[in-house]
Design a protein around this ligand. Sequence first.
Ligand code: DAH
Length: 343
Amino acid sequence: MIDELKKEIEKVKKGFLQEIDQILSKEDLKKLRDKYTSRKNGILTEFMHNLKKASKELRPIAGQTINELKLIIEDKFKETEKTLISKVYGRVDYSLPEFDFSVGYSHILSNILTKIEDIFLNSGYEIAYGFEVESEYNNFTALNIPEHHPARDEHDTFFIKDFENTILRTHTSPVQIRYMNEHKPPIKIISPGKVFRKDEPDATHTPVFTQVEGLLIDKDINFSHLKGTLESFIKSFFGENINVRFRPGYFPFTEPSAEVDISCFLCFGKDQDCKICKGTGWLEILGSGMVHPKVLLNCNINPEEYSGFAFGMGVERIALLKYGIPDIRMFYENDIRFLSQFG
Ligand code: DAH
């Protein structure tokens, strides 16, 4: 009788040691533990249960044998818990080629846009979006660019066939009109987006490019606010050591208007043959001005009560300058060797 039990226990032990040797996951280890030690119908529990049926004389020796098995099983579980991880990794074949885990990254233009947006969001601006398909009214007329105004010809416009007065927006400035028509001042927005012009692609032109528009309208806003805002933006974006220059300019929707230049960060005006500033020491980066009273009136805002400034910049141009990229088309050719440099 006791010999039979011992034989059986030996069989169970052998089976158990084989099974636990195959275990490669915590889940399987738990299943095996249940199989042997579960209070309900674990193999060990059943042995203990049957022990009650054994005769008085046999019981101690049978109990001891079962206990020995129990200790072996418990020890082995403890050991396996500790060694499971190294066991699993031990099975990795390091000679296999690696998986390609490369994750994508955002495009250089998106990176620049995010940086511009962050700077303005931190100063309390909101982001507003317009539409790429626009009315001629929003894109030109409401911005004080009447029909036959030469500025319309400068913006070589894509017209939408069969839709009168409907175009692809040539700049982000119509977002000013949309926003002012729908919101009362104070207004403090920037608006990034694609714009379209019928330009032949070359090193500095593409028919689609990206702009960021800015608009601030409130009581008592003057040119100093515009100057301070743009100076602080430029220094955050390009660096504290960059100088900013405002030059008189002309845009129909602002009066006065200013073109804004930054000091050349490549040669600081010291290289007559500088690749990017051509020896002038300055780089033009955006257009700006005080919003024209006519534009405010077109949006039912009283210019006697409110004033504001606006600005617009080309994102590709900023990226070209910042990184000394020679050709705007490189942004769109999707050559990973080029794009991955800015990941
Ligand atoms: N919309 C102008 C352009 O595309 C850029 C611009 C200039 C926007 C002056 C403005 C501004 O808001 O005030 O050339």
